[in-house]
Design a protein around this ligand. Structure first.
Ligand code: MCN
Ligand code: FES
Ligand code: FES
Length: 905
């Protein structure tokens, strides 16, 4: 142990700790400075950054023995406070720099150090600084962060006032369509918002800390599990195995379609008979400290008989492959698509046909915050589970039978989350902490390392696709044939639904009268398939958007004009036969056309013998909602203090559920003129919130938005007197008028049938993406120089939220196109190894253009936005690479060696 005096945020603080403890842990645990976040834990993300003796340091890798007595430390808490914000924090709010906010304190302190050194940085200086100091953000696409630093610098220099900085924030009146900051912004920029790991430090002392015993092979039979040595280790209270699970020990995958050959009960909470994938949980050690739990986990002996591991769909589909779940074929679901006439004769007679094989792989979500959760019994005896769940009611139903706990006896709470991007549509650790709490009778806490986050949470499911198109010489599409295999990993969770996305979105955006195709869901031993932003559309539309470019070349048409000829207009139908609710693609293409022409000209001018430039486009379409009559419920309550609280489960990944719910409620309540400050949102607790449904499929603004609107209208009706004046709370109570009202909305939609035909979504999002790239011929390295996105997401409810969604999604699309992967479990288990896009990989030049076609079914005309920027921009990038240098990439990511190999062909 050592004792040191540190000078922290202007005062001397004494710390007593182990020699080998990290500075990050000491700041967090000994000094309660929880603005210091632990993301990667290995110096790759910058979320633990503080200023140490005037220099920026990532504290997760610094041992206390290297810290000198009286070292001066500044953390985000020392930069500004909620009632005295520093200009950097204010600028972060003004530019919507904090989405999930997990990276925010690290960026703020990094900017603070930069501005101490350089009061007038250029944008490139700021970008170089964040790159050098490894400040990583997964939500914002970085551009708003550079905007914020530039503005903060101007305020610090005296070139701008604080009021000028906040000029776009309305102080009264309507907030719809403005840059009104999200309610959580101040807590995020000051580092005072408690995420799961911060709450973990504040749990009762008796809370047990958990460590997992995990499989290190991908497929095996379990012969025995010996916990005897581990049980004797210091501090260990219990080693929990499948034998301690009261219920079925399975998480149900909630099979959507009856033709699915599985029963959905395929995912063990704790492995009993078999290991199905690398990282599968076999036991949970519960101990007094995390260190003791981890040490004991090493001592659990698991005897395994390894089985052949099928690490891709084609491998698992081989005739001699054994069944991964005995009794269920590895190909367990088939989805057909049949629209219009048979396609074989059309292909036979068509002027032009074209065919391509495409692959979009196992993109990892890579939130900066690793998965974290805890569980306890409340005073009513209910099992309360806190996690990053973005589907609390859904997850309770998925885990209750496995735990052996009545559904009514489970309360789910969502902690503030540092990004999920969809992986939390699956339960991850909810059942694990539930089991551990039930088996020990104590509160329990579990925090994954970033390595566990990467290797043991779901990933985007790879699609292996073959697509054929037939057209006439004028470029009119006549027919399409598709075939796709979905590698869904070992667990069935929504795998059938994902497979349906191939039927709905290969060829989306174009009026194709005749389609035939078949897709299938395949069980493999690689990482289980969970939802990921875009959910099937980035795979599906990659195939059709790259093939459209290939078709344009074959016909001799410009790729934009070929698209223009075929996009949805009145009378067109989607691949599932639905009438699109608005027809904005021609206008979006018209908007992009001059920019595309300019981009092609720029590319020709700037290309050199060594570096070729090019421009490419793609259209993107995605539906907002869960298929069919997707439903959400909400409630509102007026309390004595005059506050109206909105209750629903609009789960906040980081996208801005709070600002979405607030803006929608404020607009719905506008006949009463209630100021936004008088509306509170409560979104994260199933014991308080009616079921709004999960935050997937960019559904919340549309579906929950409509439920909030309906509730608001009911509230206005209740609170308005006959003479038009408004009741106070006391008057309502006196007159026995209920102060709480409920509201609900169901989409007027139908599920798709066995041929993929139906009206699954009430609203869609539409976009056209233009990418400009530079390809180094010697290395094959591609740089995205600029992205322009023209989008129609209906009415913009909040400008900061929408722009933030677009920038962040575009950055993820660049990652998907060029670097991101989780194929190689070893190599891709770190942020750097998996191709996480840092700031210099993302262009500062991103241009957003919006048209706002009011959606008939959307609340106040709004559609969704979250997934639009990850539908197809990666296809635009791949098309731009071809335009630049003639290398046609059909297999993502387009890492330099792949581009080089194509160039050398
Ligand atoms: N919005 C708006 N105007 C519109 C549409 C939306 O202002 N016309 C706002 C909404 O109020 C909300 C945000 O934009 O703040 C996204 O709304 P919506 O498209 O309805 O999506 P959801 O709220 O259902 O969010 C989920 C969606 C999905 S499916 C994933 S995955 C995702 C995403 O949004 N994961 C994210 N965005 C993310 N952003 C961050 N920072 N982190 C994630 O993990
Ligand atoms: Fe320290 Fe990532 S750099 S937690
Ligand atoms: Fe940067 Fe979420 S706001 S990681």
């Amino acid at each position: 142990m050592l004792k040191k005096m540190l000078h922290v945020n202007g005062v001397d603080r004494m710390v007593i700790c182990e020699q080998d403890e990290t500075l990050a842990n000491v700041l967090r645990e000994n000094l309660n400075l929880t603005s210091v976040k632990i993301g990667c834990g290995s110096g790759q993300c910058g979320s633990c950054t503080v200023v140490v003796d005037g220099k920026l340091k990532r504290t997760c890798t610094i041992k206390m023995k290297r810290i000198a007595e009286h070292t001066k430390i500044v953390t985000a808490e020392g930069v500004g406070t909620p009632d005295n914000l520093h200009p950097i924090q204010l600028a972060w709010i003004a530019h919507g720099g904090a989405q999930c906010g997990f990276c925010t304190p690290g960026f703020i302190i990094s900017s603070y150090a930069l501005l101490l050194e350089n009061q007038s940085p250029s944008r490139e200086d700021v970008r170089d600084w964040f790159q050098k100091h490894r400040n990583a953000c997964r939500c914002t696409g970085y551009k708003p962060l550079v905007d914020a630093v530039m503005d903060a610098a101007a305020v610090l220099r005296g070139d701008k006032t604080r009021d000028e900085l906040m000029k776009d924030v309305p102080v009264e009146g309507r907030i719809l369509g403005t840059k009104y900051p999200r309610p959580s912004a101040v807590a995020k920029v000051t580092g005072t918002l408690d995420y799961g790991a911060d709450l973990g430090l504040k749990l009762p002392a008796e809370t047990l800390r958990c460590a997992l015993v995990q499989a290190e092979v991908s497929h095996a039979k379990i012969i025995s599990i010996d916990t005897s040595e581990a049980e004797k280790m210091e501090g260990v209270v219990k080693v929990v195995t499948h034998k301690d699970v009261k219920g079925k020990n399975r998480i149900t995958g909630l099979i959507t379609f009856p033709s699915n050959k599985g029963d959905g009960w395929d995912r063990p909470i704790l492995c009993d008979e078999k290991v199905f994938q690398f990282g599968d949980a076999i036991a949970i050690v519960c101990a007094d400290t995390e260190k003791h739990a981890k040490a004991a986990a090493e001592k659990v002996k698991v005897e395994l008989e390894e089985l052949p591991a099928y690490m891709s769909a084609p491998e698992a589909m081989q005739d001699d492959a054994i069944e991964i779940h005995p009794g269920t074929p590895n190909t367990y679901f088939v989805q057909k698509v049949a629209k219009g006439d048979e396609t074989a004769p059309i292909f036979k007679d068509a002027d032009v046909t074209i065919e391509g094989d495409y692959y979009v792989g196992r993109q990892p979500h890579m939130p900066i915050e690793p998965d974290v959760g805890f569980a306890y019994r409340n005073d009513e005896g209910k099992l309360v589970i806190h996690s990053k769940s973005i589907g609390m009611h859904l997850h309770a139903a998925m885990i209750a039978p496995g735990l052996g706990e009545e559904l009514d006896n489970i309360v789910m709470v969502m902690n503030p989350a540092g990004g999920t991007f969809g992986y939390k549509f699956s339960p991850t650790m909810e059942a694990l902490v539930g089991v551990a709490c039930m088996a020990t009778g104590k509160p329990v806490y579990l925090n994954y390392t970033w390595y566990q986050q990467q290797t043991y949470t779901g990933k985007r499911s790879p699609f292996f696709m073959n697509v054929r198109m037939a057209a006439n010489n004028e470029g009119k599409l006549l027919g399409m044939e598709t075939d796709w295999s979905v590698d869904h990993g070992p667990y069935s969770e929504f795998g059938d639904l994902l497979t349906l996305r191939g039927a709905q979105f290969i060829g989306a955006g174009y009026n194709i009268d005749n389609i035939r195709g078949e897709g299938r869901t395949v069980c493999t031993n690689h990482a289980w398939g969970s939802a990921f932003r875009g959910y099937g559309s980035p795979q599906s539309e990659f195939a059709s958007e790259v093939l459209m470019d290939e078709l344009a070349e074959k016909i001799g048409m410009d790729p934009l004009e070929l698209r223009y000829k075929n996009v949805y207009r009145k009378g067109s139908t989607t691949p599932s036969g639905q009438d699109p609710e608005v027809y904005s693609l021609p206008e979006l293409l018209d908007t992009i056309r001059p920019k595309y022409e300019a981009a092609k000209k720029r590319a020709a001018e700037l290309s050199t013998a060594e570096v070729k430039r090019g421009a490419g486009i793609a259209i993107g379409v995605y539906g907002c909602g869960l298929d069919g009559p997707d439903t959400a419920e909400a409630a509102m309550e007026l309390t004595e203090d005059g506050i109206i609280t909105v209750y629903t489960t609009w789960h906040d990944h980081g996208q801005g559920a709070d600002i979405g719910a607030l803006t929608t409620a404020h607009e719905a309540l506008s006949p009463m003129g209630i100021p936004a400050e008088k509306i509170r949102v409560c979104l994260n607790d199933t014991s308080k919130c009616p079921n709004g449904g999960p935050a997937g499929g960019s559904r919340s603004q549309v579906v929950i938005g409509r439920a909030i609107k309906a509730t608001g209208e009911a509230m206005v009706a209740s609170m308005t007197k006959a003479d038009g004046s408004i009741y106070t709370h006391a008057e309502m109570v006196a007159e026995n008028i209920p102060t709480r009202v409920d509201g609900k909305w169901s989409a007027p939609c139908t599920d798709c049938d066995e041929n993929g035909q139906g009206n699954p979504f009430a609203c869609y999002m539409y976009g056209v993406f233009l990418a400009e790239v530079a390809v180094e011929l010697a290395t094959g390295k591609t740089t995205v120089e600029k992205i322009t996105a023209a989008s129609d997401i209906g009415t913009i409810m909040n400008q900061l939220a929408v722009e933030g969604q677009m920038y962040g999604g575009l950055a993820q699309a660049i990652g998907l196109a060029l670097t991101e992967d989780f194929e190689d479990i070893k190599k891709h288990s770190t942020m750097v190894g998996a191709g996480f896009p840092y700031i210099k990989q993302i262009p500062d030049d991103m241009e957003l253009i919006f048209i706002e076609s009011k959606r008939p079914e959307g609340p106040f005309g709004a559609s969704g936005v979250g997934e639009l920027p990850l539908t197809s921009p990666h296809a635009a990038i791949i098309n731009a690479i071809y335009n630049a240098c003639g290398a046609r990439i059909r297999h993502l990511p387009a890492r330099p060696e792949k581009v080089l190999a194509e160039l050398n062909k």
